[in-house]
Design a protein around this ligand. Structure first.
Ligand SMILES: *Cc1c(COP(=O)(O)O)cnc(C)c1O
Length: 422
């Protein structure tokens, strides 16, 4: 019995793609197992008990579940301490708390990876200080543009940092929605070494969004001082309903905690309101779910390359995040892809995505996102601005089998629309 109708030629492509990615899937399984053991041992070491999954209200004093969860997150990130809260409303808010926690007026920040992710530009106040941005508080931002191959310009970074006076070096690990490669742990390690060799007191902060559990090591294990990310991406395991985390050096986490709540109070307060259980369960599942998302990306990369499209990264490249970019080449293909993927979503499968004007974007954007958690990109989803080269950025997949079906429906939709002939 078949539940979906796929072109017979597409089924052949599917089989060949699966065969091709087998050795990569084995590697992913190895990383998943390593990271699952890392997480499990942190749960055991911190003596998680049933009582920790309960509810606190009011000030949230003595919420041992919250405190242990933060220590577990620190252990998983190879850090001394962490903040992990449902009350951090998004990844951007979390990064904002960390930046404002650490930086003071007249401090200088150097971004080592070119222009940061769209929503972060407002936090720094890059395009002119907006009300409440870091620029508004007298914190100076500079960036070193990426080289033409999309990698960091280590020589320019060294030269700039040697001039001194930088409180922070800021690194974005993920490619975000650009065509540059994501930073692997190996590359991050080289970058951190370069920074510390010329400016040992500069704090290295990494935007770790989409990078958690993709490799065996995390940025703090290779020289970063602080990392931050979103719980509706990798470390929430598709279960956390909202939230963010910051992990790193104890003295820096204390500064961030003072910004999160208030000076002198820090992370001792904050009612978990019954969210502990979901945050624990999400973190526990995260390495496995990230593995499923990675398999979805790798499979899609192999499949679309066989179908004649340019993809990035290539299926057998080492990855630093869960994002796959596919150059579809035409507006029609892009729309058909997103509509097909949406038709295979567990939620809102009947919705037909339309290209739409989005605040902060110059071109119309089309998205496929039939998710249990609104905007959760650890669930199978795709975004694409309607402009050449008509690239779609896809990510997520709570389980490979279901996500693969969504990807095949995207291809089938392109075939049905006459945009792809096989
Ligand atoms: C998702 C993401 C963020 C934060 O975005 P939110 O939508 O606010 O969660 C920041 N940086 C990168 C690279 C991201 O992928």
């Amino acid at each position: 019995m078949s539940f979906f109708e796929f072109n017979s030629k597409l089924k052949e492509y599917d089989s060949v793609a699966l065969e091709k990615v087998k050795p990569i899937f084995e590697k992913i399984d190895g990383i998943t197992e390593y990271n699952q053991q890392k997480v499990l041992s942190a749960f055991i070491k911190n003596r998680v008990s049933e009582a920790d999954l309960g509810v606190s209200t009011g000030y949230g004093y003595g919420d041992t579940g919250r405190d242990k969860l933060e220590q577990i997150m620190a252990d998983c990130m190879g850090a001394q301490d962490a903040i992990m809260r449902h009350s951090l409303v998004s990844g951007t808010h979390t990064l904002n708390v960390a930046l404002f926690g650490i930086l003071r007026p007249k401090d200088k920040v150097l971004c080592l990876t070119g222009r940061p992710y769209d929503t972060i530009t407002g936090v720094f106040g890059i395009d002119g200080e907006s009300d409440g941005s870091l620029a508004d508080f007298g914190i100076e931002y500079r960036q070193i543009d990426l080289l033409s191959d999309g990698t960091p310009d280590i020589n320019a970074i060294r030269t700039e940092l040697t001039m001194g006076g930088y409180k922070m070096a800021y690194i974005q690990r993920s490619r975000g929605y650009s065509l540059r490669p994501s930073l692997t742990i190996q590359k991050l390690s080289e970058l951190c070494k370069a920074v510390k060799s010329v400016s040992p007191n500069t704090v290295i902060m990494v935007d770790n969004c989409y990078g958690e559990f993709v490799e065996e090591k995390e940025p703090c294990e290779v020289g970063a001082d602080i990392v931050a990310g979103s719980l509706i991406k990798n470390p929430g395991g598709g279960i956390a309903p909202t939230g963010g985390y910051i992990a790193g050096r104890k003295d820096l986490i204390e500064k961030c905690a003072n910004r999160l709540t208030c000076a002198g109070v820090g992370k001792e307060v904050g009612a978990s309101l019954g969210h502990n259980r979901e945050l624990y369960l999400g973190l526990f599942s995260a390495p496995h779910v990230v593995g499923e998302a990675l398999k979805t990306a790798v499979y899609s990369s192999a499949l679309f390359e066989m179908l004649g499209y340019k993809v990035s990264p290539h299926f057998d490249e080492i990855r630093g995040d869960i994002i796959e970019c596919i150059i579809l080449g035409s507006k029609e293909s892009l729309i058909a892809f997103c509509r097909g993927m949406q038709s295979g979503a567990p939620v809102d499968s009947f919705v037909v995505p339309e290209p739409w004007d989005m605040p902060g974007y110059t071109d119309k954007v089309i998205m496929a996102a039939g998710t249990f958690t609104l905007g959760a990109s650890i669930e199978l989803s795709a975004d694409a601005p309607l402009r050449p080269p008509y690239a779609v950025w896809m990510q997520g997949g709570l389980n490979f089998h279901s996500a693969k079906t969504g990807v095949l429906l995207a291809v089938q939709s392109m075939i049905n629309g006459g945009d792809l002939k096989i």
